[in-house]
Design a protein around this ligand. Structure first.
Ligand SMILES: [Zn+2]
Ligand SMILES: [Zn+2]
Length: 144
């Protein structure tokens, strides 16, 4: 574990700071309706980490939380509205959005929920119709 790296992240205004430690479990893009509505963007670039790898180092009292479904607890900064992360308790991972941790090299490997896409991305990466089978999805791949 000598090369364990720590990467710093922050919200839009800087009131909330966090760190992520070690290597992400997975990185990629989610094209689902929920990510679109929450982010107000066409896709969510996700970085999945073990929850224990994510530490809020400043401004924990400024973090708002919203849980629409049992799958996702979404968190943001109440001072600036900037989004921070989504906890996925059923999967045992936390998505710290790639844009929140810019110094962690983003290496996307997969697209999920591509059946719902509004922005086709022809990058040669696998396009899961919903989720990989090991995450409880169909594992079906779609054309780009
Ligand atoms: Zn903020
Ligand atoms: Zn999504």
């Amino acid at each position: 574990m000598s090369n364990t790296s720590v990467h710093k992240g922050a919200c839009f205004c800087g009131a909330v700071e966090l760190t992520v430690t070690g290597e992400p479990v997975a990185m990629g893009y989610c094209h689902c309706d929920s990510c679109r509505a929450w982010s107000a963007g066409p896709v969510n670039a996700f970085t999945l980490l073990p929850p224990a790898a994510v530490r809020v180092t400043k401004g924990a009292d400024k973090i708002g939380s919203y849980q629409k479904t049992e799958k996702s607890i979404r968190k943001w900064c109440k001072a600036c509205g900037g989004h921070l992360l989504t906890e996925h308790p059923l999967w045992g991972v936390t998505d710290v959005y790639a844009a929140v941790i810019p110094d962690l090299p983003y290496k996307p490997a997969v697209h999920v929920n591509y059946a719902s896409t509004v922005l086709r991305m022809k990058d040669g990466l696998p396009k899961q119709k919903d989720f990989p089978a090991e995450m409880g999805g169909s594992g079906t791949l779609l054309q780009e």
